[in-house]
Write a protein of this length. Structure first.
Ligand code: ZN
Ligand code: ZN
Length: 416
């Protein structure tokens, strides 16, 4: 048997198979768009093979490259940053209109864009958001199956395990990633079935409660109440696309999440983990809300970046996601900061500033932007998750008649 960074080829194939079969759940005759950094070509090859084995009509590769991306942001004019050629926009729209599955492999240097002027990135984001609006809407509303998973990369591994050699770091990161996606011992597909059933049961329980608001409290200074929209739905684990395909948008995933009311958030939230945003770290920050809006904020490090997020657009100062993750979740127990939202958000209860997920309110997928805002949902070009879960976090659910239910105690489900 041959090995890559000490990880058996068989495990990599199992991971690729899991992403193709459970992640986007490729259907016979379906087109599959795979986004992948060029340095992970070997893993992409496994994905391509698995996708065709599952009956894909065509696999379309979108290669990316950290060096190219950095060079781009350092060199192109503001005009280029704010221009998205029509052919580029059309290439996204073409496939999402046809119901293609979108599989995204993440795994680059988390600090690749460190030091780039946030305004330049903002220009690009805004241009892409405008040009790809329809495509993004389809993804956010889960009309097409999509899935994101990660593969270790040298600089990323060094960032997570600075004390280890490059080789040891890569090996360790592979191990943690594979464990987090349950490709370690036993059958990964059946492990996901069991895990998915647990998340679905929690969603059912929370939907039945139908809380009006949630109150968060812990010893690092969080004392915060967030309102939930009327008709909110809790989601977690698998989703169903517009064409009826059951898929897993994030691998790993440990969260259940719903829609906060954009005008109902009061008090202060203190971050429990640093936020790595486009290569810049924001550390030990807090946000104070009034009437659903951030009115004050602090950060020990990265305040300029935090400000650029909050000033992104009108919706960036309001919440779009409330997510519950037990402090005892496997990723949390790894006691590792991954500098990667896909992992860090699954280690901790979190919120997101910016866009809500329309699927987390009754009838939301069919709502226009105005209707969504009317219902209390939030719209924004941003969706930035930040972590608030601690080992002593208490969350209390409050019903509209004032009845209170203790949901989280010592950072975990109280009824566990
Ligand atoms: Zn989340
Ligand atoms: Zn999120």
């Amino acid at each position: 048997m041959s090995y890559r960074n000490g990880i058996a080829e068989e495990k990599l194939r199992e991971y690729a198979r899991l992403m193709v079969r459970v992640g986007i759940n490729v259907q016979p005759g379906q087109e599959i768009v795979i986004s992948c950094p060029v340095e992970h070509y070997a893993f992409a090859h496994e994905l391509i093979k698995e996708a065709y084995l599952a009956g894909a009509a065509e696999v379309i590769m979108r290669w990316s490259d950290d060096v190219e991306t950095r060079q781009y942001y350092e060199n192109v004019s503001e005009e280029t940053l704010s221009t998205v050629p029509d052919w580029k926009a059309q290439s996204y729209l073409y496939y999402s209109r046809r119901g293609a599955g979108h599989l995204s492999v993440s795994g680059g240097d988390p600090e690749n864009l460190k030091g780039i002027d946030p305004m330049r990135m903002h220009l690009r984001e805004a241009a892409l958001e405008q040009a790809l609006e329809e495509h993004h809407k389809r993804m956010m509303a889960s009309e097409v199956p999509w899935s994101v998973a990660a593969v270790p990369q040298k600089k990323w591994a060094k960032k997570v395990f600075p004390e280890l050699s490059e080789e040891e770091g890569m090996e360790k990161l592979w191990e943690l990633i594979l464990k987090s996606v349950r490709v370690w011992d036993g059958d990964a597909v059946s492990a996901w079935e069991k895990h998915n059933a647990f998340l679905k049961e929690k969603c059912r329980m929370m939907d039945e409660y139908g809380f009006e608001k949630l109150h968060y409290k812990n010893s690092i200074g969080t004392d915060f109440t967030v309102g939930l929209v009327k008709g909110h739905k809790w989601e977690g684990g698998s989703e169903k696309s517009g064409t009826g395909t059951v898929f897993m948008a994030n691998m790993p995933t440990e969260e259940i999440f719903t829609m906060p009311h954009r005008e109902m958030a009061e008090g202060t939230i203190v971050s429990s983990m640093p936020l790595s945003y486009r290569g810049t770290m924001i550390k030990n920050f807090s946000l104070t809300f009034q009437g659903g809006k951030v009115v004050d904020y602090h950060a020990q490090e990265g305040i300029e970046t935090l400000k650029s997020i909050l000033d992104g657009d009108e919706g960036s100062r309001h919440l779009g996601e409330v997510a519950l993750v037990p402090y005892t979740s496997p990723i949390s127990q790894m006691k590792t900061l991954f500098y990667h939202t896909l992992f860090d958000e699954n280690a901790s209860c979190h919120f997101a500033l910016g866009a809500c997920y329309p699927t987390t309110i009754e009838g939301g997928a069919a709502m226009s932007e105005e209707e969504l805002l009317q219902a209390g949902g939030n719209t924004s070009m941003n969706h930035v998750d930040f972590m608030v879960g601690t080992s002593d976090l208490t969350i209390t659910g409050i019903k509209s008649d004032g009845e209170e239910v203790l949901l989280f105690e010592n950072g975990d489900w109280a009824d566990r």
